[in-house]
Ligand binder design. Structure first.
Ligand code: GAP
Length: 560
């Protein structure tokens, strides 16, 4: 199972690079660990995910507004939020090879004898090392040694690489095979174990330091002076920009509690061990909601958002059988949180968090009130007016100024809102949609012979290209008609692609790999009756429709 999953991840990573979904950042210089770039198809996919979120979360609702805050904020924000003191991971170092690990997510290796040496065998250990060294985006590297290779030889190969390459190979390896000339052993990685006293370095077997706290915020300096007064941080979450602007939003919009503020933006964390492709990066994007409500309604809104967010992923094509809601155990909860659940997805490398939904009580607003000296309480003037009207209707005497002051400060009218926070990662969502979409199946070629194909079955709303247009041949006026359809689709705002190169079957395959849901072909019949074929990516069914009807046809399919 593990091997198939790792193979699947390898194939997906290769496809993402080959087709321009995801590249390693600064690849021409050897890359930089934990940073990724999105290519032409990837950026469209990611943008479609963000647009779908913004559309569904902000534009379609009456109780949500958006903000776009700066990445660098006054450092006091991070003091108030607790990030300066507490946004740390335990870190351990190897005293021998100097590799660095997260102490709470340590990888251990179990050795078991395997009966057969797997298929890929390298002539020399150096060949094995070199073969994998350049494949920097591989998630699961299996070094399968020559039967004559000893464990010492394998280790010496590791040591010959640079520190970074060496770590990459070993840390990413879910299965490393070593052979001692007689038997072959598989080292199986058991991930995310807390490091215990006496544990050894999984790379070189050396002794480890005690765990130290490592703050994950990236530090920088604002202005020309690089002294302590100029220190600032790249935000590790977008949430604090929302809290810092909560009063501004209330004062400048007509919105009333319960309401939410949404933000999509970059966040930065100096992760000790970036891993699993884009899953844990050092620079990533978040899509976060802070939903402000009366304390008595917080449990209700927590359940509402937890379920709404889960269903959002299902609605965009993640199979619910691969998703799960995992409520946090009491001892997992932050001290201020009343409840929290992770929406988890079954990635090929394991079940991992896609989004967290937390009831953060009034912790953040109270902290910002304390540190900024600004009042963060909310006064519900509608409820107050209803109360006064009711008294009047009941013939009760008018309240004195003092009575008004005392009564209006009661918690039904004046309170610090509690906050429900659904906090998702754009890159993690993108990775989940990529994993979900990756499919290998069979499709007939031009001669009707079944061939295996790789197809990215994205939800049409997320597909980077919505429609591709082909002339069957590059003559007889077909390119002109196809070009007209292509331009009409572009003008209508549909992401469209024109392709006249190669056999039409090949062109279908290229679009299948890009995840394009509809391919329109202009053929001989088009010239007779102005109809074209539209091929459905998933069912492979071909509809013949009027050439003028392509845009409304695709639009209707996209919205159904
Ligand atoms: N404001 C709450 C908060 O930031 P979090 O669980 O630390 O909570 C929320 O992060 C989401 O951000 C995660 O569920 C994940 O999708 C994404 N995320 C966090 N760290 C990430 C990383 N290193 N790389 C990619 N995505 C990350």
């Amino acid at each position: 199972m593990a091997e198939n999953s790792n193979e699947l991840m390898d194939k997906l990573v290769a496809l993402c690079k080959r087709r321009g979904f995801i590249f390693q950042s600064s690849e021409i210089y050897g890359g930089i660990n934990g940073f990724w770039d999105y290519g032409p198809l990837g950026v469209e996919l990611k943008r479609n995910i963000k647009d779908a979120w913004w559309e569904d979360i902000v534009r379609k609702r009456d109780d949500m507004v958006g903000v776009d805050c700066s990445i660098i904020m006054n450092p006091k924000v991070w003091e108030a939020s607790g990030h300066l003191a507490g946004f740390t991971d335990p870190m351990v170092d190897c005293k021998g090879c100097k590799a660095r690990f997260r102490g709470d997510q340590f990888d251990l290796y179990e050795t078991s004898k395997v009966p057969n040496i797997p298929a890929q065998v390298f002539a020399t250990p150096v060949d094995a090392f070199n073969a994998f060294r350049d494949e920097q985006v591989r998630l699961d590297t299996r070094i399968i040694a020559n039967p004559g290779m000893t464990t010492e030889e394998l280790q010496s190969v590791y040591r010959r690489g640079t520190g970074r390459n060496r770590a990459r190979i070993v840390l990413r390896g879910a299965g490393i095979f070593v052979a001692d000339g007689k038997d072959c052993y598989q080292l199986t990685r058991i991930v995310n174990q807390p490091c215990k006293p006496g544990d050894k370095c999984p790379i070189c077997g050396g002794d480890l330091t005690e765990a130290r706290k490592f703050n994950m915020m990236f530090k920088t300096f604002v202005g020309a002076m690089e002294d302590s007064s100029a220190v600032a941080y790249l935000r590790p979450e977008t949430a604090q920009g929302i809290f810092a602007n909560y009063k501004n939003v209330l004062d400048t919009s007509r919105i009333k509690v319960p309401f939410g503020i949404a933000q999509i933006g970059k966040a930065f964390r100096n992760e000790i061990n970036p891993r699993n492709y884009t899953f844990r990066s050092r620079e990533f994007e978040q899509m976060e909601i802070e939903f402000f409500c009366h304390p008595n309604e917080a449990d209700k809104w927590y359940e509402y958002w937890r379920d709404a967010r889960f269903n959002w992923y299902v609605g965009l094509g993640l199979r619910s059988s691969r998703l799960r809601l995992r409520p946090h155990e009491k001892d997992e909860l932050a001290f201020y949180a009343r409840s929290c659940a992770d929406i988890e997805y079954e990635f090929p490398f394991g079940i991992s968090e896609l989004e967290g939904v937390a009831n953060r009580t009034d912790y953040d607003l109270t902290q910002h009130q304390k540190f900024s000296g600004k009042d963060m309480a909310y006064f519900d003037d509608d409820a107050w007016q209803t109360f006064l009207d009711q008294r009047k209707a009941e013939g009760k005497p008018e309240l004195t100024k003092e009575e008004k002051t005392t009564l209006s400060s009661g918690s039904s009218f004046r309170y610090t809102p509690h906050v429900i926070e659904p906090s998702g990662g754009v890159d993690r969502a993108t990775l989940a949609f990529l994993c979900e979409a990756y499919t290998e199946d069979q499709a007939p070629d031009e001669k009707g012979v079944m061939q295996s194909r790789t197809v990215m079955k994205f939800h049409p709303r997320l597909a980077p290209i919505k429609v591709a247009v082909f002339p069957l041949v590059k003559k007889e006026g077909m390119p002109e008609v196809a070009d007209r359809i292509y331009r009409a689709a572009k003008k209508a705002g549909l992401a469209a692609f024109y392709d006249e190169k190669g056999a039409v079957g090949r062109r279908y395959r290229r679009q299948d790999e890009a995840g394009t849901p509809f391919c329109v072909t202009v053929d001989g019949q088009t010239l007779q009756d102005q109809t074209v074929t539209v091929r459905d990516r998933d069912s492979l069914k071909q509809d013949r429709i009027a050439a003028d009807n392509v845009v409304p046809y695709v639009r209707e399919k996209l919205s159904s």
